[in-house]
Design a protein. Structure first.
Length: 398
């Protein structure tokens, strides 16, 4: 692992020195940046998470052993795995279009066993002119709207209420106060769930890329909004039929004096690849059905002074059950969660390149089971489970 990390640093340093050695007529420039981030975390309950608790999803369900809920136990950790390295570059024109791009990675690893491992986040080239931007490579899923997302200190960025994924893609964005975004993409690190585990194979075997269309209007300084539609086709089992799932998104961002107000709503089928609660279920004869998920979140944030900032996030998600009766296994994330919500206040102090933030997350989830109709999630006689996370984050940007 040390050798792997050393090779990454050597490569990045080599790129920087190479860029300075280029002649002016080639117009190549590289900017090296990133941040160091350490998080101190305390949870009042065991949780469903990634990377030793760093990426919090929701509280773990009750698990009784000798009459005691063993998941009702505290937990803490200290991690710096979100630390990030970024290289942005520009170069000569491509048939009259400006060229640029970015390569970005972090030490978050690919799995819990690979924590501290260097992982690719973004890697794309961008072609631009006065009318359009074209992205080719790995970038944010189009339902993670870069102009409207929660500003939490927690790396979960509002998950599972906020869609979260990065995908290999071809993206075209028009320019202007009304913008069209069209994306054709696949899956890689954030993949669908099915009979053979979490893998992009289901989408690849379908032979049809995921497709997304979105309209965005306005600008960040006043009012920005938009809505979009997403189509995902997958083949859970070779030799059987494809299953096609739809998802929809609407969002806004506006200013209320010195306060920024953001909000978003999503509705979709089988959205576990976006780290939302959702699943597919076996119907028999090789057919699958998908569960439906509705999610809402809103956030208010602003500055108390030049050195002090604050924010308040709130989110809610609900499992709408399956479209058809499930007769076999279910594959997804939080498959039997009926609903969950979170309230998360934060305050931070910043000076120079450094910021220290304190955040609380109260997350509650209501677990249930598949009802007699084999479609809905029933919760009769079941109580919510809740977790309080208190965290302190120190961030140094360079």
């Amino acid at each position: 692992m040390k050798r792997k990390i050393s090779m990454v640093f050597a490569l990045l340093i080599g790129v920087v020195f190479f860029s300075y050695g280029q002649s002016d007529d080639k117009k190549v420039s590289v900017k090296f940046s990133g941040f160091v981030k350490v998080d101190y975390m305390f949870d009042s309950r065991q949780t469903v998470n990634a990377r030793e608790g760093h990426f919090l999803l929701f509280p773990a369900a009750e698990k009784f052993v000798d009459g005691e809920d063993v998941n009702d136990q505290i937990n803490f950790n200290i991690l710096a795995v979100q630390t990030r390295l970024r290289t942005k570059f520009t170069g000569p024109d491509f048939f009259g279009m400006k060229t640029s791009g970015m390569v970005e990675g972090a030490f978050f690893g690919h799995t819990n066993s690979d924590i501290n491992g260097f992982r690719l986040r973004h890697a794309f080239v961008k072609l631009s002119n006065d009318n359009i931007d074209i992205y080719m490579g790995q970038y944010w899923h189009p339902m993670f709207v870069t102009a409207v997302f929660p500003g939490t200190y927690s790396f979960n960025t509002g998950v599972p209420f906020q869609p979260f994924s990065r995908n290999p893609q071809l993206r075209i964005e028009t320019k202007g106060t009304v913008k069209f975004i069209g994306v054709m993409f696949s899956e890689r690190d954030f993949a669908s769930r099915g009979p053979i585990g979490i893998t992009s194979k289901y989408v690849r075997d379908a032979g049809i890329p995921q497709l997304h269309a979105q309209i965005q209007f306005g600008d960040k300084s006043h009012l920005l909004g938009g809505f979009g539609i997403n189509m995902k086709t997958m083949r859970p089992v070779l030799g059987e039929d494809n299953i096609t799932n739809m998802a929809y998104i609407g969002y806004f961002r506006t200013k209320l004096g010195n306060v920024t107000w953001k909000g978003e709503a999503t509705y979709g089928e089988n959205m576990s690849d976006l780290l939302s609660i959702g699943a597919i279920g076996e119907m028999g004869n090789g057919d699958f059905t998908a569960s439906k998920t509705t999610s809402l979140w809103t956030e208010f944030s602003g500055d108390i002074s030049e050195s002090t900032e604050w924010g308040l996030f709130g989110g809610y998600t609900e499992n709408g059950g399956f479209q058809d009766a499930v007769t076999g296994n279910m594959y997804g994330l939080g498959t039997t969660i009926s609903n969950a919500y979170r309230v998360s206040p934060r305050i931070g102090w910043k000076s120079g390149n450094m910021k220290i933030g304190v955040e609380g997350e109260y997350t509650s989830a209501l677990y249930g089971s598949l009802g007699a109709d084999k479609k809905s999630i029933v919760t009769d006689g079941v109580d919510n489970v809740s977790n309080i996370r208190l965290s302190v984050s120190a961030i140094y940007n360079f």
